[in-house]
Ligand binder design. Structure first.
Ligand code: ADP
Ligand code: TPW
Ligand code: MG
Length: 565
């Protein structure tokens, strides 16, 4: 007797995700996944439909970072898949757990290149950009495919995983009993990786012998959610720390041990540097060059053994997950064994005071039009009393000044362009959806433009997102000139006097045009109180920024004469 056929691939995918506690999907509907989006919603999952897959993927990536569960992005075949792929690569680069699930066309036709609708060999295209890539070719393998994707995304160093579901598999049907037996509930997807006690003892000795120790906290430490152990151990040692941008707030930025206001001094002077969930990549000048003391010794806590020695030799690697590592360090560090010397702390404090004074003078100035400092001061003051607010910050100068000016007071509340320098509204939506908390997205006018249409998404779902477009009329600045003398705008120039606030009104959101700190403060305050989708056009001096922001050293220059800055 033929088995009773009563479950299809669509249903199995939803069942497999739900069985593993995945309750949210970000995506764009179309062939062959339209019914998957409908079914997911019908079955109680949250589905957020975007205007572009890249934004949906950024939302999924940041949701993964914030929740430690893989964020799921669902895309259609070929172009939709490729649009999402930037976000998957971004997740891998930033160590965010994410799964991009994409429908794909007919395998037989794709493999013979016979010209199918949206034809592309997606799994192989995804491989170089993903931590792992899988394709499901039989409906009875859907459960295994989802389980493997989850393990790959969250275990060890998290990353982006690609899961290909062919149109045939989605539409296929399967006997109900066989189908339910094929599902896999993943057990312990991110197992603890406990560091060896030798590695912990070695690190303690290096730190205890240091004259001028320094801790650098990265977003791996934020991701680990080991906030209490991390803070307790750091406070017990008195070692000053520098937060990388997304680790800001892990310990509050106004903590006495925070050395952010003396960054150059501590990097130059430290004799032992302990990296906790931070890579010695371009963001730290690879640990080399004039910023760094050539004799500095390194301790590194990281879940990825392959990260060790990648840029500078690591004298004391602690390979393990940060939660286990901080527990081991707390247990193994005898009281008083590691103690930052008071001469070192005093020297740092002196530098901090000078720099804080200098910053205060800049913040106190009230130029017209606003510059980055005067506009950011408004956000700095508001956020100081609202640790629940997420701050998304993207652009070049808008990003760099924002990082320095806005203090963070709670863990994982600052989300920014990260390791790859990406921009778009996806993080703001992902943070709002996963937390329900208000989000302030401080975006350069160019940064905003990468996915400006997602304001329709924000309005459609009525998300409490306040977008502040720092409108200086360009990429970096708004005053460059056409070097050929022609009348067309210069390459970095965007439309002068654009009114971005008018855009959101088309979708029923609230727009403000802010030309001074008072009107900006009033607009943000009203927006936070109402929780309505809001876009504030912040008019910034078009000459206030610098080309490439704070990374001019990475920008090769031609013999072309540079304009005055
Ligand atoms: P940042 O940009 O803030 O400096 P990076 O993204 O460069 O941070 O570094 C994050 C590091 O944290 C990566 O090397 C990654 O392997 C590591 N990491 C991520 N999650 C964990 C974890 N739970 N435990 C230990 N290390 C982790
Ligand atoms: C996908 C190159 C880096 S920063 C930036 C661009 C285009 C925009 C800077 O202008 P913005 O900020 O946002 O107005 P501000 O305050 O300095 O004026 N394409 C991608 N990623 C990157 N990083 C770029 C281009 C870039
Ligand atoms: Mg700009």
């Amino acid at each position: 007797m033929a088995p009773s056929v009563n479950i299809d691939g669509f249903q199995l995918v939803v069942d497999a995700l739900k069985l593993n506690g995945i309750d949210t999907i970000f995506g764009v509907a179309g062939i062959p996944i339209t019914d998957l989006t409908r079914l997911a919603q019908a079955e109680g999952m949250r589905y957020y439909g975007f205007r572009h897959e890249q934004s949906a993927g950024y939302a999924a990536g940041i949701a993964g970072y914030l929740t430690r569960k893989p964020g799921v992005c669902l895309t259609v075949s070929a172009p939709g898949f490729l649009n999402g792929m930037v976000a998957l690569a971004n997740a891998t680069t930033n160590c965010f757990p994410m799964i991009q699930i994409s429908g794909s066309s007919d395998r037989a036709i794709v493999d013979l290149q016979q010209g199918d609708y949206e034809e592309l060999d997606q799994m192989n295209a995804a491989k170089p950009y993903a931590k792992a890539a899988f394709r499901v070719n039989r409906p009875e393998d859907i459960g295994t495919g989802v389980a493997r994707a989850i393990h790959a995304a969250v275990s060890g160093r998290p990353g982006g995983v690609y899961l290909d579901l062919t149109a045939d598999v989605l539409a296929a049907t399967l006997d109900n009993d066989i189908a339910s037996r094929s599902l896999v509930k993943v057990v312990d997807p991110a197992p603890a990786q406990i560091p060896s006690s030798e590695s912990v003892q070695r690190a303690i000795k290096v730190l205890a012998d240091a004259q001028r120790p320094l801790i650098i906290l990265g977003k791996g430490a934020a991701y680990a959610q080991a906030d209490d152990d991390l803070r307790a151990w750091i406070e017990s040692t008195g070692i000053p720390y520098l937060p990388m941008s997304m680790a800001k707030g892990l310990l509050p930025d106004n903590h006495p041990q925070c050395a952010a206001a003396a960054r150059s001094f501590v990097l130059d002077q430290a004799d032992v540097v302990m990296l906790i969930g931070a890579r010695l990549n371009w963001l730290l000048a690879h640990g080399k060059g004039s910023q760094w003391s050539p004799g500095a010794k390194f301790v590194q806590v990281d879940v990825a053994a392959t990260e060790i020695d990648s840029n500078r030799p690591i004298a004391a690697p602690i390979v393990g997950d940060i939660s286990s590592a901080m527990k081991s360090l707390r247990e193994a560090t005898k009281p008083g064994r590691i103690k930052a010397a008071s001469a070192w702390i005093d020297a740092i404090d002196a530098h901090k005071q000078q720099n804080v004074k200098r910053m205060q003078q800049r913040l106190d100035a009230n130029p017209s039009p606003m510059n980055f400092y005067s506009a950011l001061r408004v956000f700095r003051d508001l956020i100081a009393g609202r640790p629940d607010i997420y701050v998304v910050n993207e652009g070049a100068n808008t990003l760099d000044f924002g990082r320095n000016v806005i203090d963070m007071h709670a863990p994982r509340k600052r989300l920014d362009s990260g390791t790859w320098g990406v921009m778009g509204m996806g993080y703001a939506i992902g943070a709002a959806v996963t937390s329900g908390n208000p989000v302030i997205a401080i975006e350069g006018d160019s940064a905003f433009g990468f996915s400006g249409m997602e304001i329709e998404t924000i309005c459609r779902y009525q998300l409490p997102v306040v977008i502040a477009v720092f409108n200086n009329g360009g990429i970096y600045r708004g005053d460059d000139i056409n070097r050929g003398g022609g009348s067309e705008p210069a390459p970095t120039v965007l439309m002068k006097d654009a009114r971005y606030d008018k855009l959101i009104e088309a979708f029923g959101g609230v727009g403000y045009n802010a030309t001074d700190p008072q009107s900006l403060k009033a607009a943000v305050t009203e927006a936070l109180a109402s929780r309505k989708p809001t876009l504030i056009n912040c008019v910034i001096d078009s000459t206030a920024g610098t080309e490439s922001g704070h990374i001019q050293n990475l920008n090769p220059k031609s013999s072309l004469s540079t304009p005055k800055q």
